[in-house]
Ligand binder design. Structure first.
Ligand SMILES: Nc1ncnc2c1ncn2[C@@H]1O[C@H](COP(=O)(O)OP(=O)(O)OP(=O)(O)O)[C@@H](O)[C@H]1O
Ligand SMILES: [Mg+2]
Length: 255
């Protein structure tokens, strides 16, 4: 059972003009088995939150804490974060020419578990997970994300999640660019992981469509670098109907 706690997190990004504050006091607790959805306008800092938790070097934590079961995540290297059970599915997954999907997955699994997976079960697990995600077996021999379509990249992210079995998974717009069938298949993958491992999920999305498949326990509205409102699944429907206007005008008045 894991708990990720984010307390009063402030983060700046390095720009040519100097550090630019993006996150302005984020508070969020994700317990094992819970699904939290974050919705919010473009540029509000959702991906910055995801990258900051994962340890991307471009983002500087200026104050606040992030802990996983009481351990200081911010003091960990990127690999240590992964070994501690954290996983990030990126909004824009990177291409890794020359590294096959199959090699990448086995290397990642070995690094995270501290030992190589038993070959026979591993090959079966990979094959099964790819079949479940309707990925052709030829993907195993292709370079990671190279020439993958947008939807294929997103399936590959969920393939990693199913095989690496994180305790906390951050999914940044995993639904963007998926056709209706792929959305269902990818959502089923996330739900399988939830059922089999009790993973805590932070799901960043612009659309309520995915939330019909992956039911959130909590919905957070992210505006101008912090959480402006929290609620249950009904809040997502309200946002879809009303947009973010009421949050943006309040923000302007207090800025
Ligand atoms: N290297 C950078 N230089 C300047 N500004 C940056 C840089 N990186 C991020 N930002 C700014 O930080 C803000 C937050 O970006 P972020 O990607 O976190 O938003 P987001 O909420 O994920 O948006 P979207 O919904 O479009 O994915 C944006 O205004 C972005 O332009
Ligand atoms: Mg983003």
């Amino acid at each position: 059972m894991s708990t990720l706690e984010i307390r009063d997190l402030h983060v700046s990004v390095e720009t040519k003009e100097g550090p630019k504050p993006i996150l302005r006091g984020v508070d969020l607790t994700i317990n094992a088995g819970e699904t939290h959805a974050i919705m919010g306008p473009n540029g509000s800092g959702k991906s910055t939150l995801a990258y900051s938790i994962a340890g991307h070097p471009k983002y500087t934590i200026t104050s606040g804490t992030v802990t996983l079961d009481g351990e200081d995540v911010l003091a960990m290297t990127v690999d240590e974060r992964a070994r501690a059970g954290m996983f990030l599915a990126m909004q824009y997954p990177v291409e890794v020419p020359g590294v096959s999907v199959s090699n990448f997955l086995r290397t990642a699994k070995t690094a995270i578990d501290g030992e190589a997976p038993a070959l026979r079960t591993w090959v079966k697990d990979v094959k099964g997970a790819m079949e479940n995600l309707r990925m052709d077996s030829s993907f195993a021999e292709r370079s990671v994300n190279e020439g993958f379509s947008g939807g294929e990249k997103k399936r590959h992210e969920i393939l990693q999640m199913e095989l690496l079995k994180p305790s906390i998974a951050i999914l940044d717009e995993t639904d963007s660019g998926l056709d209706v069938d792929a959305l269902r298949i990818v959502s089923e993958g996330v739900n399988r992981a939830k059922e089999s491992t009790d993973v805590g999920v932070l799901l960043i999305t612009h659309y309520t469509r995915i939330l019909r498949y992956i039911k959130p326990d909590f919905v957070h509205v992210f505006v101008d670098g912090r959480i402006a409102e929290e609620g249950g699944p009904e809040l997502a429907d309200r946002l879809e109907n009303e947009g973010y206007d009421r949050f943006l005008t309040t923000g302007a008045a207090t800025a």
